[in-house]
Design a protein around this ligand. Structure first.
Ligand code: ZN
Ligand code: ZN
Ligand code: ZN
Length: 381
C-alpha cells in the first residue's frame, strides 16, 4: 500500500541478546547526537527495542533510556503482567508501575539523570503525554526519530527472516487471486475472500486490502467498493499485513479479466519494465532518489511520466510504512539490510490504473526480492 497510517500490533520474537544489542545501539546513537535520554512510547519503536507491543493511549507507558545509565519502563499496573512476559524481564530493565490517581511523569523524572539538557521522544508518543512530560522535565523535548530510525532502518538477520516469511505468505495469497476475480462479483466480495486467504496463509490479519477494478484502479488509495467486476477490467490488488512476529508483507499485482485492450497491455508492459529497472538499480551506495528515478525514467521514455503520481516506495518492517522512503529528493544512501517496497504505478483517471509492488532487501551487491510471483499482467480465470 502507499501511505495509510497503520495500527501497530506485534509480539516478542527475538532472543534477549538481540534486544540488548538494539538498546546498546540506541544508547550509543543517543550519545552520538548529544541527547541525555530517550523516552519511547508504545508503537513500533518500543516493540523493536524491547518486544513490548502497543498499549492504551491515555495511560502512560514509556521506556526511559538514559544515554549513560540503566533503562526503566513506566507502565500502568494493569499492563504489568503483559510487560513482564516480554523481553523486559530478561533485559534487567527496572519496572516502575503506577495506578490511576498516581503521577506517572514523576516516575519518568525519577528514572532520568539530572541535570537534563536534551531529551528525545519517540514520534508515536501522544501529545497528551509529551506536553506534561516536557513541563515536568523542564526541557524542550525533541523528536528521537533520527536516533530510532537509524536502528530500525537496517534490518538484522532475525528481521530479514521475518520479512522473507511475510513475503512468501503474501505471494501464496496472490497465487489464489486469479480465480476470485470472476465477472459479476463485487470488489467487496473478492476482498472478503482475500482477507480469509491472508489469514490462512500465515498472517495475523489483512491490514489493508485494495481491490481496485476498472476506473477505481486510477485511484491509488481506493480500497474496495460494491463495483461489479466486468469483462475486460484491469484490477489492481494491493494486499498485506503482519505475520505472527509483527513484521509486515505488502505486494501489488495487476490482473486482467478476459482480454485486455492492446494499448492498455502495452502500457502495463512498460510499467513492468519500470519496476524492474528500479529493482535493478538497488545496491549499497546508490541513493533512494536514484532508485526512484530509474522507474520514472522508463515511464518518461514512453510518455507515461505524468501517469506516475506517487513515490516509488517505502521502508517496511514492524510498520508497513517507515524509513527509507524511495522518493524524489531523498539523497539517503542505501545500505545493506534496508528493506523497502518498489511500487511504481500508472493512473488514468476515469479509465484504469496499474501498479506492481515487491519488497526488496538490500544485499552486499544488489538486492533480494521477497515477492516472487510473476509481474506481468496476470489473467484472472
Ligand atoms: Zn502495497
Ligand atoms: Zn507499499
Ligand atoms: Zn498515497
Amino acid at each position: 500500500m502507499l501511505d495509510r497510517p497503520q495500527q501497530y500490533r506485534g509480539e516478542v520474537t527475538s532472543p534477549t541478546d538481540v534486544y540488548a544489542a538494539r538498546l546498546d545501539r540506541a544508547r550509543a546513537l543517543c550519545t552520538h547526537v548529544g541527547l541525555d535520554a530517550l523516552v519511547v512510547g508504545p508503537g513500533p519503536d518500543l516493540t523493536y527495542l524491547v518486544g513490548v507491543e502497543g498499549h492504551t493511549i491515555e495511560r502512560l507507558t514509556a521506556l526511559v533510556i538514559p544515554a549513560d545509565g540503566p533503562a526503566a519502563i513506566v507502565v500502568p499496573r494493569m499492563e504489568l503482567a503483559k510487560v513482564r512476559s516480554t523481553a523486559v524481564g530478561g533485559l534487567g530493565i527496572r519496572i516502575a508501575d503506577w495506578v490511576d490517581g498516581e503521577d506517572p511523569y514523576a516516575l519518568v523524572t525519577g528514572a532520568l539523570p539530572h541535570p537534563l539538557h536534551r531529551v528525545g521522544v519517540s514520534d508515536a508518543l501522544p501529545a497528551l503525554h509529551v506536553i506534561p512530560l516536557g513541563d515536568r522535565l523542564g526541557v524542550r523535548l525533541e523528536l528521537a526519530t533520527p536516533v530510532l530510525r537509524e536502528g530500525r532502518m537496517i534490518k538484522d538477520a532475525t528481521e530479514i527472516a521475518e520479512l522473507r516469511r511475510a513475503g512468501a505468505a503474501i505471494d501464496a495469497v496472490h497465487r489464489r487471486v486469479p480465480p476470485l476475480l470472476r465477472p459479476g462479483r463485487t470488489e467487496r466480495e473478492v476482498g472478503v475472500d482475500i482477507a480469509a486467504a491472508i489469514v490462512e496463509e500465515g498472517h495475523r490479519t489483512g491490514e489493508f486490502i485494495i481491490v481496485a477494478s476498472g476506473p477505481n484502479g486510477a485511484d491509488p488509495h481506493h480500497e474496495v467498493s460494491d463495483r461489479v467486476i466486468g469483462e475486460g477490467d484491469i484490477v489492481v490488488v494491493d494486499i498485506g499485513g503482519p505475520v505472527a512476529s509483527g513484521y509486515n508483507s505488502d505486494s501489488t499485482r495487476t490482473y486482467v479479466v478476459g482480454t485486455p485492450d492492446p494499448e492498455v497491455a502495452r502500457r502495463i508492459a512498460v510499467l513492468v519494465r519500470a519496476q524492474q529497472a528500479a529493482v535493478d538499480a538497488v545496491r549499497p551506495g546508490v541513493s533512494a532518489e536514484q532508485v526512484d528515478a530509474a522507474a520514472r525514467q522508463v515511464l518518461a521514455e514512453e510518455g507515461l511520466a505524468d501517469a506516475f503520481v506517487h513515490r516509488t516506495g517505502h521502508g517496511i518492517g514492524l510498520s508497513v510504512h517507515e524509513e527509507p522512503y524511495i522518493s524524489p529528493g531523498n539523497d539517503l544512501e542505501l545500505r545493506e539490510g534496508m528493506a523497502f517496497s518498489i511500487e511504481p504505478g500508472i493512473y488514468f483517471p476515469g479509465a484504469w490504473g496499474a501498479r506492481i509492488e515487491d519488497i526488496v532487501v538490500v544485499t552486499a551487491d544488489g538486492c533480494e526480492s521477497l515477492n516472487n510471483t510473476p509481474h506481468e499482467l496476470t489473467p484472472a480465470n
